[in-house]
Structure formats: C-alpha cells, structure tokens
Design a protein around this ligand. Sequence first.
Ligand SMILES: [Zn+2]
Ligand SMILES: [Zn+2]
Length: 175
Amino acid sequence: MKRYIDLTQIKKTIGIPLEAAYEEEASELGFNDLNLVNKVAVKARLTNMGSYINVQGEIQFELALECIRCLNPFILPSKTTFEVDYYKKISLVEPTEMALTEKDLRMAYYTDDRIDLLEEIRQDIILAVPVKPLCQEDCQGLCPSCGQNLNIGKCKCREEDIFSPWSSLKKLLEE
Ligand SMILES: [Zn+2]
Ligand SMILES: [Zn+2]
C-alpha cells in the first residue's frame, strides 16, 4: 500500500480536495491478527481546511471468519467508512492522556507534509469485525444431537421430533 499520502499538492490552498485510491494484498499490511484475505482497498478524499486536513475515507476488505452456529469457515466482504482530522504535529513529544482524547475526537497528527493512514485503517477494520459472525442471516446451525449441518439438509433426529399423523398410521399398518 502507498503508505503515505503526500500533501504537497493541497498544502498551500485551502479548500482544495485531493483524491487518493489504492489497494494492497491483505497479507502485505502486517495486520496478521485480523484474518484479512485477498485485497484491502482504500479510497480517501483529503481536504485542506486551513489548520488541519480533513480525511474522509472508505475501506473495502474481506474477512475470513467462522460461523458461530454451523462452525463453517466463510468469507465476509466488508466495507467501512471513516473521517479523521489530521493536524500537523509540532512537538514530537505528546502527553499520554492527550493521545487518548485525540482518539475519541477522531483527531490525529501528521508530520513531514504526508499522512499515514495505516493505523486508522487498522482501527477501522478492528471495529468492523462482527462479534457474532454468521455465514448467513438465517443459518440453521448444527443439530445438537447428531451434529448434522442443517443448512445442507435435515437429519433423522429432527424428523422424529415432529409429530406426524402419517408416521403413526404407518406404525399401525406395520403392526
Ligand atoms: Zn452458519
Ligand atoms: Zn440430528
């Protein structure tokens, strides 16, 4: 991924937007704990607001997850958006408590007339990971008795649970 977005083009003129778009193999990002697969695509619009740079972005990515109901692995195409105001960093030393407030206010710093979106991308992907992933909205899950994946087909144990007048009749005829 183009790690840094160069601000040279927009730094002198207030209100001028800059569009940036790039994509990279998920494995190249170094977010090895996030189960990302295939490509991560980022689109960003940067605007010089005078005292800061406003960045509105969109991240498209794919997560490799395991369904909590049927335990099947599946790929979830995902999309998330972000908006952050980047201020030019004057001092190299920042107090810790200030860093916390910055995060809440969606503020960040940049240095050397370039913005690094990597940490922002990482945070947004973390927030977009579902707590209870489902392979499909109405996943039928597994049968608690035999373990059959009920999305593929019904199992015998479930059929027996349902009262059927035909099965009673069949039993009578058999006797
Ligand atoms: Zn499932
Ligand atoms: Zn079963």
